[in-house]
Design a protein around this ligand. Sequence first.
Ligand code: ATP
Ligand code: MG
Length: 557
Amino acid sequence: MSETSKPGNFITQIIDKDSENGKHGGKVLTRFPPEPNGYLHIGHAKSICLNFGIAQRYQGQCNLRFDDTNPEKESVEYIESIKRDVTWLGFEWKEEPKFASDYFDALFEFACELIKKGKAYVCELNADEMREYRGTLKEPGKDSPYRDRTAEENLALFEAMRDGQFPDGEKVLRAKIDMASPNINLRDPIIYRIRHVHHHQTGDKWCVYPMYDFTHGLSDAIEGVTHSICTLEFQDHRPLYDWILETLETFHPQQIEFARLNLNYTVTSKRKLKQLVDDGHVEGWDDPRMPTISGMRRRGYTAQSIRNFCERIGVTKSDSVVDVGMLEHAVREDLDANANRAMVVLNPIKVTLTNYPEGKEEIFTVSNHPKNEDAGTREVPFSKHLFVDQADFAEVPPRKWKRMTPGSAVRLRGGYVITCDEAIKDENGNVVELLCRYDENTLGVNPEGYKPKGVIHWVSAEHALDAEVNLYDRLFNHESPDAKHEDKTFLDFINPEALTVASNAKLEPSLLNAEPGVGYQFEREGYFCRDLNAERLVFNRTVTLRDSWAKIEAKGK
Ligand code: ATP
Ligand code: MG
């Protein structure tokens, strides 16, 4: 679907109205402004789809801008990962990526201008005093004793701050707005602070850094952003955003807030995701259990399915929690339509066909996709020795069993019908091998008079590839790991079964050339892709064939 034919939302309504009124001459410029202090997650994907999607819809432009005002927490690694993730999701920014730090000179000048207008002052209250003077939601704040300094004095002090004459925290620059404002954001907020730290972009040029609220609106103004879309928690900051732009008489983008994406069974906070990485609960930011874009990519989620999901959940003004099952559904749906099929036995048990000649080999031609002929066919070798999955055999079958059991027949997918005669056990009584007979008249046709009830997947033992298969599941086993829990944190809800490894999996040989990241349906098992990082043959389970959590949840209710 092209962007213009997609259904609109309350933001496109605002933009349509602006265009009708000739505001900005019909121009639309949005931006996606991550702080490079972590990897992007599924929540950011929503913001990316929204901002870049709007630019596409109106033939406008969306900037990628790094909001890099906190050098201690930021890094070039994060910057590079963010660029990779936006590109992988399928979006393009025009021109070079932008950085708030590109504007540090301009921002310093803007701050000086506020001082000259009598709208900012250097304050020396320490953090505790600052808190005390700020007041509370119920009580107004008190004016700082430094509030009435002259512009000249403030300017000289601010320049001295920039020139490194004071240690961290000794002085700050504050906007002079209203200490009695019911909106605490307007009670003379700090707009510059002293930090003697190296910055990944500007090196050691600065020891004063602008605060987020001051930087954000002015960066938007400098770039000529027409619609500055952000999440709901910034609604209370909008009056400050507006105050800064009005006081400085600059170009004035309109800030529009929408509800952030919350997903159940998921944590979407960079701080918490970083904790999972730093404390070793996962193997890294791109661990396939992580809700990061790089984790989802490595797990096998497609960019298309993430975009479809973001489209479906829509854009609203009220906070809600989306079922992660919807995301998994979007992944399943895309892979069902597009992933080639393959046969993989996760927990192998040997099958010997007693009436099949030793050393004989046949090649079956099997279609890659049951519903899409264009996907073509592949060759699957067959021989006397096979592997099937342990789960497909039961010595004493439950009722309605359709798979292997002594005395009954099953079809091997794409191959013959076989009948199990005997299960061979080891000294502990575990079944280690199944002796079966094949019926040579059943290749592609059902035998006269009966139709085997079940179809199972298999791999020829002599041709099989050995691989490790990571069976991933949801990282948290609680619906809202992030909520306030008595005595518990989100870490207590990590699902110990979020990763189990099938270390002895047997793959059909065509998978030797599987491209990393490309999805397959392993017949009857789920969707998988070859791991992007591993040098050996490792596959990751992207998602199961059906939503097994829905059943668990239904039971719990
Ligand atoms: P986090 O809370 O995970 O640290 P953040 O908001 O601090 O995220 P930023 O790097 O500032 O992270 O986010 C960049 C953009 O992505 C912002 O415009 C922000 O509003 C948006 N964004 C972040 N999280 C979500 C979310 N869950 N849903 C929608 N948009 C989001
Ligand atoms: Mg933020």
